[in-house]
Design a protein around this ligand. Structure first.
Ligand code: C2E
Ligand code: MG
Ligand code: MG
Ligand code: MG
Length: 282
C-alpha cells in the first residue's frame, strides 16, 4: 500500500514495507477472529496506582493483553492502532468494558474501594452508542460512574474536538471522570485543558522513567506539577521505575504514582494476591 502510493510508476521492492503490511494484515485477520470466537486470547491486566500522600493503592489502570497462537504476544499500542484503522475498535472496547467492570465488581464485593481507570481511544469518545453502552454495563453491575476513570490522550481532543467534547461533557454531568493520558507528548497546554471536563493529567512516562537522573525531565516535571496545582488538576505520574523518582514526585506534591517500582500490571488473581500481601495494598 505505502510502496504503491509513494511511487506509482516505478514500485521499488521494499521488503520492510512488505513485512509491515503482512503483519498488519495478519493482526487484522487474527483480531477479527479472536473477537468473533470465544475471545480467550484476550485478557485484562491491572496496574496499581498509589496515592502518594497515604502510600496506599487508590486505583488500577486496566490494560488489555492479546496472546495469539500465530503472532504470540502483540503489544496493545500496536494492535489498538490497527483495530482503529480496521473498524474493530468498538468491539475491542466493548470487550474491555465488560471484562473490566466485571472484575471491578468482583473486587468491590471483596470489600476493596479502589477505582479502575480504563483507556478509551479517539474513536470511542466520538461513539455515542458505545458510551451509552458503558453507562448501561455500569448500571447493570450496580456501580456508580465514580468507580471508573476514563483515560484519553491529548491528541484525541485536539484532533476532532467538538463531538468528543460534547460526549465528554455529557458523561461528566452523569458523574464520570476523565484523565488526560500521556500528557506532554501532544500540543495542548494546561490552560487549554482547563476548559475541558478533565480533572486529572497523567504525565507521560517518557518524562518519568529517568526522572532521578535527568535534569531536563526534572525541570519539565517540576513545572508541570506547579502549573497543575495552579489549574487545580490532579496529577498522576506513570512509569515510576525506581525509589528515587518516587521520592522526588512525593516531595514535589505529585498526587498519584504508577510504575514498575510499585507493581507491574497484574492479572486478576495475581492482583488479588498483591492486594493481600503488599504493604501498599488497601
Ligand atoms: P498507557 O495508557 O499510557 O498505559 C501505560 C503503559 O505504560 C502500559 O503499557 C504500562 O504497562 C506501561 N508502564 C507502566 N509502568 C511502567 C514503567 O514503570 N516502565 C515502563 N517502561 N512502562 C510502564 P501497555 O500495557 O503496553 O499499553 C500501552 C498502551 O496501549 C497504553 O498506554 C494505551 O495507550 C494502550 N492500551 C492498553 N490497553 C488498552 C485498552 O484496553 N484500550 C485502549 N484503547 N488502549 C489500551
Ligand atoms: Mg492509560
Ligand atoms: Mg500513558
Ligand atoms: Mg499511551
Amino acid at each position: 500500500d505505502e510502496a504503491i502510493h509513494s511511487n506509482a510508476w516505478c514500485v521499488h521492492y521494499r521488503p520492510e514495507l512488505e513485512a509491515k503490511y503482512v503483519r498488519r494484515l495478519t493482526i487484522t485477520t487474527e483480531l477479527k477472529r479472536a473477537l468473533a470466537s470465544n475471545q480467550s486470547e484476550l485478557s485484562m491486566v491491572y496496574q496499581p496506582k498509589i496515592d502518594l500522600s497515604t502510600m496506599k493503592v487508590c486505583s488500577m489502570e486496566a490494560l488489555i493483553r492479546w496472546n495469539n497462537e500465530t503472532l504470540g504476544f502483540v503489544p496493545p499500542d500496536e494492535f489498538i492502532t490497527i483495530a482503529e484503522q480496521a473498524g474493530l475498535i468498538e468491539q475491542v472496547t466493548t470487550w474491555v468494558m465488560q471484562r473490566t467492570i466485571a472484575d471491578l465488581s468482583y473486587f468491590r464485593q471483596k470489600g476493596y474501594g479502589f477505582t479502575v481507570a480504563m483507556n478509551l481511544s479517539t474513536q470511542d469518545i466520538q461513539n455515542k452508542p458505545l458510551l451509552d453502552k458503558l453507562v448501561s454495563i455500569l448500571t447493570d453491575a450496580a456501580l456508580s460512574p465514580d468507580a471508573l476513570e476514563l483515560e484519553i490522550t491529548e491528541s484525541d481532543l485536539v484532533a476532532d474536538a467538538s463531538l468528543a467534547i460534547e460526549n465528554l461533557n455529557a458523561l461528566t454531568s452523569r458523574g464520570f471522570h476523565f484523565a488526560i493520558d500521556d500528557f506532554g507528548t501532544g500540543y495542548s497546554s494546561l490552560a487549554y485543558l482547563k476548559n475541558l471536563p478533565v480533572d486529572t493529567i497523567k504525565i507521560d512516562k517518557s518524562f518519568i522513567l529517568s526522572l532521578a537522573t535527568d535534569d531536563n525531565d526534572k525541570q519539565i516535571v517540576h513545572t508541570v506539577l506547579g502549573l497543575a496545582t495552579a489549574f487545580d488538576l490532579k496529577v498522576v505520574a506513570e512509569g515510576v521505575e525506581d525509589e528515587m523518582s518516587l521520592n522526588i514526585l512525593k516531595e514535589w506534591g505529585c498526587d498519584i504514582a504508577q510504575g514498575y517500582f510499585i507493581s507491574r500490571p497484574l492479572a486478576k488473581d495475581a492482583l488479588e494476591e498483591w492486594l493481600e500481601n503488599s504493604p501498599l495494598g488497601e
